[in-house]
Design a protein around this ligand. Structure first.
Ligand code: KG4
Ligand code: ZN
Length: 331
C-alpha cells in the first residue's frame, strides 16, 4: 500500500512516499525568497509552489524507487494555511489521483503535526498531551486516538513561532528568526527578564511579550545606539528563555489537571534546542514520557501528511474530487 503525500500550506513544497506505514522518501523544497522579503508573501509562495511541485514529486518518487503507477492513494493538506499555496497542492493531488484513478485523502495540517509522532519509534501511548508550536499555531491537545483529539488550550494572539520571528525582526535578524535566535542564544545568557503573562487556564499569549521587548529595546537604544549589536546574544537568550518558560509552565499545568504524563511536542518551534533541553530535564524530574520528532519531521514536511493519510486510509476515509482547500479549516 503506497501513499504519495503533498504538503503546501505555507512556504515549503514537500512530497513524501509511504509504503505500508514506512516513509521511503520525504523531499522538501524550502522557498528562500521569503528570507529576502522578511516574511512569507502569499503571492510569492503560491507561485513558487507551482514552479517546484512537479520537480519535488518526481524527486520523491525516484528517491523512493517507486513508479507513480504503483501508488494506491494521494494524501494532501487541505488546510489550514495560505489559500494560494493550498490550491497548488490540492489541485495537483486531485489531478494526479484522477489520472491514476486512485482515491484522495484530505489531511488537516495540525492533525498531521501531531501524528508526526507515529512516523518513527519511540511513539507515545494514548492518551497523550501534544504541545503544537509552529509559526501559525500554539496549542495543547489531548490525543485519545489518531482521530480523537481535543484542544485544551490555544494562543489568544500570536503563536510561539511568531513571537520568535517578530522579536527576531526587532533585533534585525532575517526571517524566519526562530532558528537564528536558537543559534546565537547559545553564546549568550538570559540576563534580561521579561515578565511571564498571566493567562487563564491553558491558553497562551505572546503579543505582550513582543510589545515589552519592543519598548525595552527602544528605551535602551536611546542611551546606547549600539545596544542591540553589543548585546545580541544575551537578548536572544533572554527572549528564548521566556518563550520556553511560558510553554513549559502551561504543559506542567496541563499534566496536573489531566493527570497525563505522556508528553509530545510538534511543530517548527520544537526544533528549538533550549526548548528540547528544558523539556527533557523536566521530563526526567517528573517521570514524563517525552516525545519530540527528529528535526526533519518537526518543521513542515509531507511525511507527517503521509502518516495522517495512512491512518485515514485504514479507516476508509477518502475525499471526493470536488473537495476545496480550506485556509481556516476547523480543528
Ligand atoms: O511548523 P512550521 O515549520 O511552519 C508552520 O506551520 O508555521 O514552523 C515554523 C516556525 C517559524 O516561526 C520558525 O521561526 C520556528 O518555527 N522555528 C524555530 C526553530 N526552528 C523553526 N523557532 C525557534 N527555534 C528553532 N530552532
Ligand atoms: Zn506547520
Amino acid at each position: 500500500m503506497i501513499i504519495l503525500a503533498i504538503e503546501s500550506s505555507c512556504d515549503d513544497t514537500s512530497v513524501a512516499i509511504m509504503k505500508n506505514g514506512e516513509i521511503l522518501s520525504n523531499v522538501t523544497a524550502t522557498q528562500l525568497d521569503h528570507v529576502m522579503l522578511g516574511g512569507v508573501v502569499p503571492e510569492v509562495a503560491s507561485r513558487a509552489h507551482q514552479q517546484k511541485i512537479v520537480y519535488v514529486v518526481d524527486k520523491a518518487l525516484s528517491e523512493a524507487g517507486v513508479k507513480k503507477e504503483a501508488l494506491n492513494a494521494i494524501g494532501f493538506t487541505q488546510g489550514p494555511g495560505l489559500m494560494g499555496s493550498l490550491i497548488v497542492g490540492v489541485s495537483f493531488a486531485k489531478s494526479l489521483a484522477l489520472s491514476l484513478n486512485i482515491p484522495i485523502i484530505a489531511v488537516h495540517h495540525l492533525h498531521a503535526h501531531i501524528l508526526s509522532h507515529f512516523i518513527e519509534a519511540p511513539r507515545p501511548g494514548f492518551p497523550f498531551l501534544c504541545l503544537t508550536v509552529s509559526g501559525g499555531h500554539t496549542m495543547i491537545v489531548k490525543v485519545d486516538s489518531p482521530s480523537a483529539m481535543t484542544v485544551l488550550g490555544h494562543t489568544i494572539d500570536d503563536a510561539a513561532g511568531e513571537a520568535f520571528d517578530k522579536c527576531g525582526k526587532l533585533l534585525g535578524l532575517p526571517y524566519p528568526a526562530g532558528p537564528v535566535i536558537d543559534k546565537i542564544a547559545k553564546d549568550g545568557k538570559a540576563i534580561y527578564n521579561f515578565t511571564e503573562p498571566r493567562i487563564e487556564g491553558l491558553n497562551f499569549s505572546f503579543s505582550g511579550l513582543k510589545t515589552s521587548f519592543l519598548y525595552f529595546l527602544k528605551k535602551e537604544l536611546k542611551s546606547n545606539p549600539n545596544f542591540i549589536k553589543e548585546n545580541l546574544n544575551n537578548l536572544a537568550a533572554s527572549i528564548q528563555e521566556r518563550i520556553v518558560s511560558i510553554l513549559l509552565h502551561k504543559i506542567e499545568k496541563a499534566v496536573h489537571q489531566y493527570d497525563i504524563k505522556e508528553i509530545a511536542i510538534a511543530g517548527g518551534v520544537s526544533a528549538n534546542s533550549a526548548l528540547r533541553s528544558q523539556f527533557k530535564q523536566k521530563a526526567a524530574q517528573e517521570g514524563w514520557g517525552l516525545y519530540i520528532p527528529k528535526l526533519e519531521y518537526c518543521t513542515d514536511n509531507a511525511a507527517m501528511i503521509a502518516q495522517a493519510a495512512y491512518f485515514k486510509y485504514k479507516d476508509g476515509e477518502f475525499a471526493q474530487q470536488n473537495i476545496a482547500p480550506s485556509p481556516r479549516l476547523a480543528f
